[in-house]
Design a protein around this ligand. Structure first.
Ligand SMILES: [Zn+2]
Length: 233
């Protein structure tokens, strides 16, 4: 097996490794996105429920107010029956009128809040349905991602040990050159010279380079992109 053949085999493995490492980086981010989607849906539901509770306690408070004011009115009415002079009677009459007015205001507010309760319940139902609809799918996606993360970790260590074996017997200078180019380009280090063009940057390369690339034991670099060239029939 020529050095170029060995490097091509290594390159396949390296591409696989790059893909796996990319997955190892992106999968946890995908997982975070899914978790935060669920949190978002739960928070929206909680907010809707809190809104309803808030309205219910405001209604309760108004009811208590109304009850207390009604008691006060009854007390004024009893006092009216006991007072002897007109002035005190009229003063109580004014108090009663004021109290009745505040009861009406409180009852109007209560009615308004009761009508809003219906909307608040609808909002809760919408958010609860949305959570229910999405949650199962998201949870199973998370399970899939967790499984894939474990798989990828195992595959990376397997491929890395394969890689060590594959580098055995490759000319040291060629291997170093290949690795430096791969690191620099991030995709492909070894490219074919197809019909006189570089398979990496697609520039037309000098005839001499095409000729040189026919020797699989010789390092020939593209004069434009610097990738290692090999002749592909
Ligand atoms: Zn090139």
């Amino acid at each position: 097996m020529t050095n170029i053949d060995k490097l091509l085999r290594l390159q396949d493995t390296d591409k696989n490794l790059l893909r796996l490492k990319r997955d190892a980086r992106t999968l946890p981010r995908k997982r975070e996105g899914l978790v935060s989607r669920i949190e978002q849906l739960e928070a929206a539901l909680k907010e809707a429920r809190d809104g309803l509770l808030h309205q219910q306690s405001a209604i309760k408070e108004l009811e208590l107010d109304v009850e207390a004011t009604k008691d006060r009115v009854n007390r004024y009415k009893r006092q009216q029956m006991e007072v002897k002079d007109n002035e005190s009677y009229r003063a109580l009459e004014t108090e009663i009128r004021e109290a009745m007015r505040s009861i009406r205001i409180a009852e109007d507010s209560e009615l308004e809040l009761m009508q809003q309760l219906e909307d608040a319940q609808k909002t809760i139902d919408v958010h609860a349905a949305k959570l229910k609809e999405e949650e199962d799918g998201i949870q199973s996606d998370i399970v899939d991602i967790d499984r894939r993360i474990k798989e990828v970790e195992g595959q990376i260590s397997g491929v890395e040990s394969d890689r060590t074996e594959l580098t055995d017997g490759i000319d040291d200078a060629m291997l170093k050159c290949y690795e430096a180019i791969l690191k620099n380009k991030g995709d492909t280090a070894l490219v074919p010279t197809n019909a006189g063009t570089c398979g990496g940057c697609y520039m037309k390369i000098p005839t001499q380079l095409v000729h040189d690339s026919k020797n699989p034991e010789k390092m020939t670099l593209c004069s434009y992109c610097g990738r290692l060239l090999y002749f592909d029939l």
